[in-house]
Ligand binder design. Sequence first.
Ligand code: UDP
Ligand code: MG
Length: 324
Amino acid sequence: MEILNLPILYLVIPCYNEEEVLPETASRLKKLYTQMFGKLIHPNSKILFVNDGSKDKTWQIISTLHEQDTLYAGVNLSRNRGHQNALLAGLMTAKKHADIVISMDADLQDDINAVLKMIQKYTEGCDIVYGVRSSRKKDTAFKRMTAQGYYKFMAMLGVDIVYNHADYRLMSKRALDALEQYGEVNLFLRGIIPQLGYKTGTVYYERGERFAGESKYPLKKMLAFAFDGITSFSIKPVRLILTLGAIIGLFGIGYLIYCLVQNIIGNTVEGWTSLIGSVWLIGGLQLMALGVIGEYIGKIYYETKHRPRYIIESVLLNDNSKDA
Ligand code: UDP
Ligand code: MG
């Protein structure tokens, strides 16, 4: 293949306080690029680091790398905005210059050699290629169980996410153009990307451990992220209230009848029937009313997202005016 026809690849790497890993990451990736230049990717391809408001020397390291070698590029965010937002900033910046963009973490826990397989899938016509972990052997039992439970729970709620896939993925320029149309503030990229459509592929890899530094995702951030994932894609929790209300309401009516019967038989203390009956009935009615309100809030919630209602993959149209 002619070199100039090769795709321009941008690697996007969000970094938050990653001074310990950055130099090593940069040099490992450069080696990978050297292998690919001229064979798989265009010489204008770059490695783009996004500094997510780090408090350490991360940005200085990125700037130095860029001065030494223009292979390295950097985006500096004004403050810490979290992994997902930093990633989006990088993707949208890279999209202007690249044909394909691959996102990965700064700690290189994701096997960088999967990049080759991803590009291979792209040349076979995939617009989105998911990096999927082949096993979770290196995780703690706790992380493994919670993660697996979470994927199952999300599937139950009707959220379409790729099993064991984090944010290691390849996206073509047009897939990124589609992503740009999603204007949501609570960003959960793993949930949005499968909604884009297009031809997708999967590449399996073994996930390693962080080679230096510690996780920037403490349990608290992880829980918040998990919750965001659910509440950004599903109104089922709200629906649950309505169902619960209906069940309790029905039960209330049944119980009221039972109480009345007891009352007629004379099996009760005075005041008991009306008290117990109304407690259940009113409780059920209240929950049901809340559920109905919830349904409307759910609708408003979906509307306020202004998500694109469709993404056009291709158009067949002969515009004759251009021929002139
Ligand atoms: N990260 C970020 N902003 C944050 C937290 C994390 O850009 O607020 C980056 C971090 O530098 C790394 C990636 O997100 O490149 C994943 O974080 P980490 O490896 O700490 O998460 P884990 O692998 O432990 O889930
Ligand atoms: Mg990590």
